[in-house]
Design a protein around this ligand. Structure first.
Ligand code: GLN
Length: 204
């Protein structure tokens, strides 16, 4: 098996932090700005930032259709925060006109779900898929997943003032992983390792 190459969409937002963590874990990581780069990748991270700007720039650079094809062809893709919004089949709370969603992940996201409560916060999340210690998650104007399709596995939930029940903040569905928070801003690399494992499992 060739060593994995993971791309990080580098049009806007927190892409450098993902690259550093991936390299720290011994994986080749590349900043992705051109459609033709997708062919060289085994996995792709769509980072946090601002989903409307990210979608507009991606559109201008001719990346939206190639990214859509990439995601829908079953290639391992992880969306964090704004990246999660772009992977969602449905989003509510979009700006006027909305942003071009890539889709593929059978969930409904609320774009600024926690933004209406508080700009940013940290929380200890129970994540059985990562093992015992809770994950200290950084939420920044964070979205939440308010509905999930049948095949979507909820990896972590959080209680919020706005919901009677807990809302999902991390899910996995086939080759897609999505987190509402920013794992690249903390020193705990377990989410990156989980994604690397998904990428490597897909290569064999
Ligand atoms: N809520 C933001 C958006 O709509 C995402 C924020 C983030 O990625 N930190 O794009």
């Amino acid at each position: 098996m060739n060593p994995s190459v993971i791309g990080v969409l580098a049009v806007q937002g927190a892409f450098r932090e993902h690259i550093q963590i991936l390299e720290g874990l011994g994986v080749r990581a590349v900043e992705v700005r051109k459609p033709e780069q997708l062919a060289e990748l085994d996995g792709l991270i769509i980072p946090g930032g601002e989903s409307t700007s990210m979608a507009l720039i991606a559109e201008r650079w001719g990346l939206v259709e190639p990214l859509r094809r990439w995601v829908h062809s079953g290639k391992p893709t992880w969306g964090t925060c704004a990246g999660m919004i772009l992977l969602a089949e449905q989003a509510v709370g979009q700006k006027q006109g909305g942003q071009a969603l890539l889709g593929g992940l059978d969930v409904t996201v609320n774009r600024n779900y926690f933004g209406r409560q508080i700009h940013s916060f940290e929380a200890d999340l129970a994540v059985p898929a990562l093992g015992d210690p809770p994950f200290r998650a950084v939420f920044i104007r964070a979205p939440a997943i308010t509905e999930t399709g049948e095949r979507v596995e909820v990896l972590s939930e959080i209680n919020s003032e706005e919901a009677d029940d807990a809302v999902a903040v991390a899910v996995r569905s086939g080759s897609l992983l999505a987190t509402a928070f920013h794992p690249e801003l903390t020193a705990d690399t377990r989410w990156h390792q989980l994604f690397i494992d998904m990428v490597e499992a897909n290569q064999t």
